[in-house]
Design a protein around this ligand. Structure first.
Ligand code: SF4
Length: 299
């Protein structure tokens, strides 16, 4: 019976001029079915019990070969998938009409993008020659809030980290007072990444050269809100030259991201009278975050 089926199958394959994909050469030889026009004698000889067993073994072998071939193909597909690079690293900027459309920054690549920016470093202005370490920023790459100060001080310059001195401790406490965890919810940086000598105020040329780096950080992190500490940060980010008294207590806009200005923690340490307005501004910032629905997001 089995022999007749194979014979019919091979005859059909031959008539169609198609290769045989089920029976391997050995099996065909074994069954003496290489030529479908075999004699009745040949067909009869295949009906013997021995040949039927041999045919069953050969079929098993053929199936085994096909299964192992499929496994090898599947494993090579997995290897190829694992070697794929993230989408945003292989899709270049595209030109749509007069606009350049940037590839999307994937959530999982924010950290990588910041890391790359850090590794690139910067020597764009003369502060590079007087710094001990540049202070790129610290915190969560997927922060909901970006806090931006003015420039590193002596301790930050030593450690390469932002807001590590007394003003930094006060800032940590201020953020905690409105339920923001400095490590989980925030990314902190400054307008200038390198310390101006003797803690002098940043010069406008330095700010101009350093601002593109800050803009790129904001672009990567895409925070839900920005908290600007002091006049220098407000002027650099918002491009408004107003006094801090006029800038505070309002919600500003930076490329669609709501931003608020409060007194710099260092100013609060020097002038106790700023503490009350600073606390009021912090509460307004908290209300802004509540309105944005930011609180309670998974961290
Ligand atoms: S202050 Fe800014 S622009 Fe100047 S070297 Fe440092 S990172 Fe570069």
């Amino acid at each position: 019976m089995i022999t007749r089926l194979f014979t019919a199958y091979l005859r059909q394959q031959k008539q169609l001029g198609v290769d045989d994909y089920i029976l391997n050469k050995d099996l065909i030889n074994l069954l003496s079915l290489k030529r479908v026009n075999t004699t009745e004698q040949t067909t009869a000889s295949l009906d013997s019990k021995t040949n039927q067993q041999a045919a069953a073994t050969a079929i098993k072998e053929a199936v085994k070969n096909v299964v192992s071939q499929k496994k090898a193909e599947s494993s090579s597909v997995h290897t190829r998938l694992a070697s794929l690079r993230p989408l945003n690293t292989i899709i270049p900027s595209a030109q749509v009409g007069s606009k350049t459309v940037e590839p999307p920054v994937l959530e999982q690549s924010k950290r990588e993008a910041l890391k790359q920016l850090y590794i690139n470093g910067c020597n764009a202005c003369h502060l590079a020659s007087s710094r001990n370490r540049w202070v790129f920023g610290a915190g969560n790459a997927e922060a909901i809030v970006m806090v931006i100060g003015e420039a590193p001080g002596a301790e930050e310059d030593e450690q390469g980290l932002p807001f590590v001195g007394a003003a930094g401790q006060l800032l940590t406490n201020m953020l905690a007072a409105i339920n923001l965890n400095r490590n989980k919810d925030i990314f902190i940086t400054n307008v200038l990444k390198c310390r101006p000598p003797a803690n002098r105020s940043p010069e406008s040329a330095e700010i101009q050269l350093c601002t593109p780096l800050l803009c790129r950080q904001i672009e990567i992190i895409k925070p839900r809100a920005i908290l600007l500490l002091g006049r220098i940060a407000a002027h650099a980010v918002l491009g408004i030259s107003e006094s801090i008294a006029k800038l505070r207590s309002k919600v500003h806009d930076y490329n669609g991201i709501p931003a608020m200005v409060i007194y710099h923690p260092a100013a609060l340490l020097r002038n106790a009278q700023y503490k009350r307005p600073a606390w009021e501004d912090l509460q307004k910032f908290q209300a802004l975050l509540e309105n944005l629905g930011v609180y309670g997001l998974p961290k």
